[in-house]
Design a protein around this ligand. Structure first.
Ligand code: GDP
Length: 296
């Protein structure tokens, strides 16, 4: 599970601190050096680590911590609060009341888990009483349309597709009428991904965005790709503009560096975490719970 290695290392650092009783400034500096290394080994972005350690050190070296009877507890609380803040402080929800139908556009590179995640979010919203419509706009891979239909069927969610010979912009536009007719209050558009970011893909996404005016754009990235995922998010945000991130495959990511860096680097929150291959393996991303998982 995500953060396994980091959690082990940080818990060791704090165990040592707890064993010391009163703490000196040097104890805190030593501990911070170990925290810094642990974060770097977890593949957290270098600059994010530096800022994090600076903030935590400044707070920890305050008199309150050094004079406290339980200084280690104070240090742990400061680290917990800063880790939570780093991941976005509070849960970022979809702003479902932004429109009816609410239009959600899913973007991401091929293999990131975009199609699966589109369906997972559909299933998650259906459980909350919504009536989603999945829209197949990846016209380049016949398998993608089929895949969406298969997962839609499994979840009992309708899938809107117009085959491969119509432009994704037109399909997305037509889906709004279809949703209104079918009584669907949420539209989830699955767009085409490529292996790498290229201009053609980005242009197509921009066209869909400007013609369909989605209420939110969620970028799907694979946690296991570490800082690549962060760079991809930065790039998508700069070129297209995104509202949030879905971090997939956290179940297989023992490091957690992408999840810890992406909010600080892009300014955009992680809204959902993918935690397995099954269609119910998705959960809202709670920064405080993640921080607790790391600190035990
Ligand atoms: P797309 O090309 O971005 O549409 O990616 P897919 O939706 O086809 O997913 C690619 C692979 O990743 C599939 O085998 C999915 O089952 C798998 N996958 C997606 N999300 C997760 C996740 O959160 N955890 C795990 N373990 N696998 C996932």
């Amino acid at each position: 599970m995500a953060f396994e290695n980091l959690a082990n290392k940080l818990q060791n650092v704090f165990k040592k601190l707890r064993g010391k009783g009163k703490l000196t400034e040097k104890d805190i500096k030593d501990a911070m050096r170990e925290v810094r290394l642990a974060l770097l080994e977890a593949d957290v972005n270098f600059k994010v680590v530096k800022d994090f350690i600076d903030r935590v050190s400044e707070k920890c070296i305050g008199a309150e911590v050094l004079e406290s009877l339980t200084p280690a507890q104070h240090v742990i609380k400061i680290v917990r609060d800063e880790l939570t803040e780093l991941m976005g402080s509070t849960q970022s929800k979809l702003n479902l009341s932004a429109g009816s139908p609410f239009i959600l556009m899913m973007v991401g590179l091929q293999g990131s888990g975009k199609t699966t995640t589109a369906a997972k979010i559909g299933g998650y919203l259906k459980k909350q009483g919504k009536h989603p419509l999945l829209v197949a706009c990846d016209i380049y891979r016949p398998a993608a349309i089929k895949q969406l239909q298969v997962v839609g069927d499994k979840l009992g969610i309708p899938v809107f597709s117009m085959g491969q010979n119509i432009s994704p912009v037109d399909i997305a536009k037509a889906s709004i009428g279809a949703a209104k007719k079918g009584g669907n209050d949420v539209i989830i558009i699955d767009t085409a991904g490529r292996l790498h970011i290229d201009e053609e893909m980005m242009q197509e996404l921009k066209d869909i965005k400007s013609e369909v005016r989605p209420h939110e754009i969620l970028l799907v990235v694979d946690a296991m790709t570490g800082q690549d995922a962060v760079n991809i998010a930065k790039n998508f945000n700069e070129q297209l503009g995104i509202d949030g991130i879905v971090m997939t495959k956290l179940d297989g990511d023992t490091r957690g560096g992408a999840a810890l860096s992406v909010k600080a680097v892009t300014g955009k929150p992680i809204k959902f975490a993918g935690i397995g291959e099954k269609l119910e393996d998705i959960e809202p991303f709670y920064p405080d719970r993640m921080a607790s998982r790391i600190l035990g």
